[in-house]
Design a protein around this ligand. Structure first.
Ligand SMILES: Nc1ncnc2c1ncn2[C@@H]1O[C@H](COP(=O)(O)OP(=O)(O)OP(=O)(O)O)[C@@H](O)[C@H]1O
Ligand SMILES: [Mg+2]
Length: 353
């Protein structure tokens, strides 16, 4: 077990936010640690932005408290909070150069000119913007504008930086590059990041911990690996990554069966003689050459470069099962081929909700 001695820098304590009849955030609690890269993940409308806006001070919770480094900030004005919310629309000043955009926030704080200039130059360097310092926003690409917005938020040295879908406007390639860059920057400046995304892959790549939200509540909070490998419930299992679901039941003997086959054993407090669903990832299904597994027919093969995704029709489920194979091992797996599937029982999860 990992024991973490870092104190929470931000504590969200049973916070509720309603808009008329809509409960946007529903009694949510969350502790964010110092220097953590934390991702809030969930489908559209689950309350991610509302939560960030309450942390930033643009909304006041109907119930619950928010504390920053031990101080209650629930009702504190946004500009008084030592944190910064970076919106998706970067809101750069169009008439100012990159350098002037960065300096602006520090000028508002009325810092000494020499300090402003030193911090601006340092931030230009950190964010690799030196060559662009004299340009105006209109002369920058989307990714460059993104970096300027980030630099402008970081230069004020907030305790916590809140980022709402910061990479939403970027294309896939640039997005992936910026994901790594954000992670590097966060490491370098040592500021706590809370990032909102509805892209689960992005959350897995960047975050130290991830919270999966649904209907204003947290369904699971953990490291990317925990959430991916040990999803707490069916929703999380289906939301993160690709998952096969097999509907079946737990028999009186506590074994899971579907389509006339016994698949995996689980005594983990599951009720017997009840319907259940088994969740297994494509990479946890293997092709068995000895023919002892579940019989199936390959109905489709999707080529992904490094690996192949097979779609295999079996009696277990109406939808074909997705099976991921290394490209080298996939030679036999042509469309129409009869195959035999084995499941990695330790990697299967069974849910009854
Ligand atoms: N100012 C508001 N007035 C009324 N309802 C609101 C307001 N802001 C948010 N809501 C509602 O609260 C719920 C949560 O909204 P929120 O913007 O927090 O979702 P989200 O998780 O950020 O979604 P998305 O991924 O689409 O940005 C939604 O049902 C939304 O319609
Ligand atoms: Mg939102």
């Amino acid at each position: 077990m990992n024991i973490d001695f870092k104190a929470p820098v931000l504590a969200v304590d049973t916070v509720v936010k309603r808009f008329g009849k809509t409960v946007a955030v529903n009694g949510l609690s969350l502790d964010i640690r110092e220097n953590e890269f934390f991702a809030l993940l969930g489908p559209s409308g689950c309350g991610k932005t509302t939560l960030l806006r309450m942390i930033a001070g643009f909304e006041v919770p109907d119930e619950g408290r928010i504390r920053l480094a031990g101080t209650d900030i629930t009702e504190q004005a946004p500009e008084k909070r030592p944190l910064n919310l970076m919106f998706q629309s970067y809101a750069l000043f169009p008439h100012m150069t990159v350098r002037q955009n960065l300096a602006y926030g520090l000028e508002m704080e009325q810092l000494a000119k020499s300090e402003i200039s030193a911090r601006v130059e340092e931030m230009l360097k950190t964010t690799d913007l030196q060559a662009l310092a004299g340009r105006k926003p209109a002369e920058l690409s989307g990714g460059q504008k993104q970096r300027v917005a980030l630099a402008r938020a970081l230069i004020k040295r907030p305790k916590v930086l809140l980022l709402d879908e910061p990479l939403g406007a970027l294309d896939k390639k640039l997005r992936e590059k910026m994901q790594l860059e954000l992670k590097r920057l966060q490491n370098e400046v040592g500021i706590t990041f809370i990032i909102v995304t509805h892209d689960q892959e992005e959350a897995l790549v960047m975050a130290d911990r991830v919270a999966v939200l649904k209907d204003g509540s947290i369904l699971q909070c953990g490291t990317p690996q925990e959430v991916y490998e040990r999803p707490a419930n069916r929703f999380v299992a289906g939301f993160i990554g690709v998952m096969n679901f097999i509907e079946g039941e737990i028999g009186a003997d506590a074994l899971f069966r579907a389509g006339g086959e016994v698949l995996a054993c689980d005594h983990n407090g599951l009720k017997r003689d009840q319907k259940a669903v088994l969740a297994v990832r494509p990479e946890n299904i293997v092709l068995k050459s000895d023919g002892t597994g579940i019989a199936g027919t390959v109905v489709d093969v999707a080529y992904h470069g490094l690996d192949r995704q097979l779609y295999v029709k079996t009696t277990l489920s109406a939808a074909p099962l997705q099976v991921r194979l290394a490209a080298t091992g996939a030679a036999a797996a042509q469309t129409g081929a009869a195959v035999s599937l084995g499941f990695d029982a330790a990697a299967c999860r069974i849910f009854q909700d």
